[in-house]
Design a protein around this ligand. Structure first.
Ligand code: SF4
Length: 374
């Protein structure tokens, strides 16, 4: 089971961002109070499941001070104690990677960093409205390693309009010399409500053609593999088996609790997601009211999710499970996998069906093809 905490504050909004966060800290104290209350009120959400991982995401969790983080962690420890060796991740923006902060994070028990680098190209960073420079990211990553962090992941964006393969090569060359064990490579998606979506609407720029994004994806995947990274999930690469345990639990459909505005939770038979508004979230929790939406998962939903989460990873989906637990649905689509294999989109690995990199690129099509509509 995983515990996710959403910290909804950012110094400013990145132009591509579709996550819920606000560029203001007016509600910071109210939020921390509300979050602690939510942790208490929902202490029984996952019944007898024991927490295995903690992930502070956002937003920008590293924007909080060590004292503020300590208040949250103390409450979590009281309700959801973790073993000493459990993976404890915090998302960081590069400008926060300074010795004093990093030492405090180590003292608080974090043992994994997920750093929003996106690119080492200064122009690209400005275009995205990131709040840091490439130098801050590079120095900060070395500083994190010197502070004792051995599990460092970075996020990287491809498919940026105007970007060239030369820029991407330069980024990859930089990654090669950094002490990072995990790279998440996201294809830029134009999120509704983001500044990029508005800029596209106004004709300020156009998203790059699909072939260009495909070329970048394969280029990056090949280069990272040559550097010793394993491509273990559509968007994720890890060295020396340092997979994200927290995210791997999502993909293997383990339960999790999500705390904070907009956070999602899953208890094997239903999903719920908190209101995506820090003011409403904090004010309602002041009155001990939890504001969330809820969805009970049908058997069809469970089947569709098994397909979607399983095929995202290099471990794929277990055909024995599909033929037993989901026989009713799988039997009507199973014959399609021969065509995927022939197209080079999928392969058999024992009793598992696994998508190839080529298959991951067309995974939306494959998921729709295998999904059952209820
Ligand atoms: S991408 Fe991250 S840092 Fe940028 S606005 Fe979104 S949540 Fe904040």
């Amino acid at each position: 089971m995983g515990v996710y905490v959403h910290i909804p504050f950012c110094r400013s909004k990145c132009y591509y961002c579709g996550f819920y966060s606000v560029a203001s800290i007016v509600f910071k104290q109210a939020f921390i109070r509300a979050l602690c209350r939510e942790i208490e009120l929902r202490k029984d959400y996952l019944g007898t499941y024991k927490p295995e991982t903690l992930y502070l995401g956002g937003g920008t969790p590293s924007y909080l001070t060590p004292d503020e983080l300590q208040i949250i962690l103390q409450k979590l420890e009281e309700i959801h104690p973790l073993s000493l060796s459990a993976e404890r991740t915090i998302e960081m923006n590069p400008e926060d990677l300074v010795p004093a902060k990093l030492n405090e994070l180590r003292r608080l028990g974090f043992n994994r960093l997920s750093i929003g680098v996106q690119t080492f190209n200064e122009k690209g960073l400005k275009k995205m409205n990131r709040t840091h420079t490439a130098r801050q990211a590079i120095d900060g990553i070395f500083c994190a390693a010197e502070s004792g962090f051995e599990n460092i992941g970075i996020d990287f964006i491809i498919g940026m309009p105007g970007n060239t393969l030369e820029n991407i090569k330069a980024d990859l060359k930089q990654i090669q010399y950094l002490p990072v064990s995990h790279v998440s490579v996201y294809i830029l998606s134009i999120e509704e409500g983001s500044v990029f979506a508005r800029q596209i609407e106004k004709g300020i720029f156009a998203p790059p053609p699909e072939e260009k994004v495909t070329e970048e994806y394969f280029f990056v995947a090949d280069a990272l593999r040559e550097m010793g990274f394993e491509h273990y999930e559509i968007s994720n690469f890890a060295r020396a088996g340092k997979y994200s345990v927290h995210n791997s639990n999502y993909w293997s459909k383990k339960p999790y609790i999500g705390l904070g505005p907009s956070a999602h939770s899953f208890n094997l038979h239903s999903r719920q997601w908190n209101v995506a508004n820090v003011k409403t979230y904090s004010e309602s929790l002041d009155k001990d009211i939890l504001k969330f939406d809820f969805e009970e998962l049908t058997e069809v939903d469970q089947y569709n999710e098994y397909i979607m989460t399983g095929l995202r990873t290099m471990w794929g989906i277990n055909l024995d499970i599909l033929r037993s637990t989901y026989k009713k649905y799988w039997s009507s689509v199973e014959s399609r996998i021969a065509a995927y294999i022939q197209q080079g989109w999928a392969k058999r690995d024992g009793n598992h069906l696994v998508l190839t990199e080529r298959g991951w690129l067309v995974s939306d099509y494959i998921f729709c093809d295998l999904f059952v509509i209820s």
